[in-house]
Design a protein. Structure first.
Length: 221
């Protein structure tokens, strides 16, 4: 992704952050969230860096405000129960891709041994390309959230975030971190890359929670 694209997207977020809060909107019963359009192919969006990480080099560290920190490598990840789930994928830039078949491992099962502290209400996701995003703790414990290693029956390619990415299908796609390497539980919200630039902390596509409605620390002018 070019710097000019990032600049335009950041300016768009900053402009739209002054729009009325959308958290009170009624949830749509349709399959397509409001303001979205469908696409046939899954677009590729990133920060312009696609780190090539071999399975033998990949590892996920889980820590922060937890009783038991974990380090999971590829071999230990394969010991969990592999599942395949079909879901729709919604991007804040208004495209939606129906029927993405992700394969991988239930995040809630992987996190069973971590035991976050009672005041750990937030999670920061960190990627190998330096990308970060924050989510509420409920998002990583959702039964729909996966550590994905495949897409449509094939190993997850680098351009789509392989070897392992997070999939949180009920939130806008920027919350589904590619190239994931860290999951950090926190008792205080730490804003991620786009959240510092005016994007929503909750990111529910059915309520059009694209942007916050006030400036946040870390915003660039």
């Amino acid at each position: 992704m070019s710097k000019s694209y990032l600049d335009r997207k950041e300016a768009w977020a900053k402009k739209m952050a002054g729009s009325p809060d959308s958290s009170s909107k009624e949830r749509s019963g349709d399959r397509l969230p409001p303001g979205q359009h469908t696409v046939e192919k899954l677009p590729v969006l990133d920060l312009g860096i696609q780190p090539r990480i071999g399975e033998e080099d990949w590892a996920l560290e889980i820590g922060g405000e937890v009783e038991n920190e974990l380090r999971i490598d590829w071999k230990s990840l394969m010991k969990f129960n592999y599942v395949e789930e079909m879901s729709d994928f919604h991007c804040v830039t208004t495209w939606s891709k129906y029927d993405c078949k992700w394969g991988g491992f239930k995040m809630s099962e992987v996190l069973d041994e971590v035991r976050p502290h009672s005041d750990a209400e937030h999670v920061l996701l960190v990627s190998y390309d330096g990308y970060t995003t924050n989510v509420p703790i409920e998002a990583v414990y959702s039964i729909r959230t996966l550590l994905a290693t495949s897409l449509n029956g094939k190993p997850l390619s680098t351009k789509h975030g392989g070897p392992v990415r997070i999939i949180i299908p009920h939130l806008y796609a920027w919350k589904s971190s590619k190239f994931v390497k860290q999951i950090v539980f926190t008792n205080k919200m730490q804003l991620g890359y786009w959240e510092k630039r005016g994007y929503s902390n909750t990111a529910d596509p059915w309520r059009e929670e694209r942007f916050i409605d006030e400036e946040v620390p870390g915003w660039k002018d």
